[in-house]
Design a protein around this ligand. Structure first.
Ligand code: MN
Ligand code: MN
Ligand code: MN
Length: 290
């Protein structure tokens, strides 16, 4: 798929049970195929573990699987999400970065568990969330689902508001990789660094432009601009960013669960006029072989 044109229906941002999604990698691929998706990147948080299973399912369903990941990184004391697309997943630098991020995630999960035991009056929060997630590094959405299942809060949003979000009792800050290091690791692996969901950080226009300037200087290559439920002001801001920075355009639903009925895999607004699609940058290692 080297330098491929963007197909009519694609999705370069979604999650499986390898991180905080609720569909297994093969169920996710099947759901994407049923939604008509032709090119798919599964971008689990700080892990590539779902890709082998997804690749086998993709071969079965006749869709192209592009390697993907969503890395939590630090830029200017903030947490930013950077998607990597089309990497050679065997690259040692990338694997080392992913291993360090996983280590940070396990430590964070254990700490969140201890704090929740106290704050919510539970006995084994970490164990319960890990079991629900099926991994030893359950992310915050799994703790939220565990709290709902334990009857401590009425829904996941309340779990975040009451316990899990920054400033609350079970929030744990995590020593993520820096944006520069993440960009370097993805580039070394032949992949494309993408700033994920730029409108979700609550940044001013000025701050976002600073982020993109630094990202470009570090070797960043693309910006996620096609996503569901953007308002006109957000669209205008993203158009402006694509015009002013040498970035290709990516898009993805950030699908986590079929329970969010308004969000469908591959249902994205068109790229802005004149945008260059990120798929033009896909190299020889972009596809994950079954
Ligand atoms: Mn997530
Ligand atoms: Mn994200
Ligand atoms: Mn995501």
């Amino acid at each position: 798929m080297t330098g491929s044109r963007l197909p009519d229906i694609y999705d370069f941002h979604c999650h499986s049970t390898a991180s905080d999604g609720v569909l297994s990698p093969s169920e996710l691929v099947r759901a994407a195929a049923e939604a008509g998706v032709q090119q798919l990147a599964i971008t689990d948080h700080d892990t590539l573990a779902g890709l082998p299973e997804a690749a086998r399912a993709a071969a079965e369903h006749g869709l192209e699987l592009v390697s993907g990941i969503e890395l939590s990184v630090v830029w200017s004391k903030r947490e930013i999400h950077m998607v990597g697309l089309g990497m050679d997943t065997t690259a040692p630098g990338l694997q080392a970065l992913v291993a360090a991020q996983q280590h940070a995630r396990v430590n964070r999960a254990e700490l969140i568990g201890k704090r929740l035991d106290k704050a919510a009056g539970l006995a084994n929060s970490y164990g319960l969330a890990a079991e629900l997630a099926g991994t030893d590094a359950p992310g915050r959405p799994w703790f939220a689902r565990m709290l709902v299942a334990a009857g401590k809060v009425r829904d996941e949003q309340h779990a975040f508001n009451r316990y899990l979000k920054a400033g609350q009792s079970a929030y744990v800050s995590t020593p993520w990789a820096t944006l520069s290091d993440a960009v370097a690791a993805v580039r070394e692996a032949g992949g494309i660094p993408v700033v994920a969901h730029p409108v979700r950080y609550g940044m001013t226009r000025r701050k976002l432009r600073q982020l993109l300037a630094d990202f470009c200087e570090d070797g960043g290559l693309a910006l996620e601009v096609a996503m569901p439920r953007l308002n006109e002001a957000q669209k205008a801001l993203l158009d402006e960013c694509l015009r002013d920075f040498p970035l290709h355009a990516s898009g993805g639903s950030d699908f986590h669960t079929p329970a969010q009925k308004w969000l469908t895999l591959g249902r994205l607004p068109p790229l802005p006029d004149g945008a260059r699609a990120v798929s033009e940058l896909f190299g020889p290692h972009a596809a994950v072989a079954a």
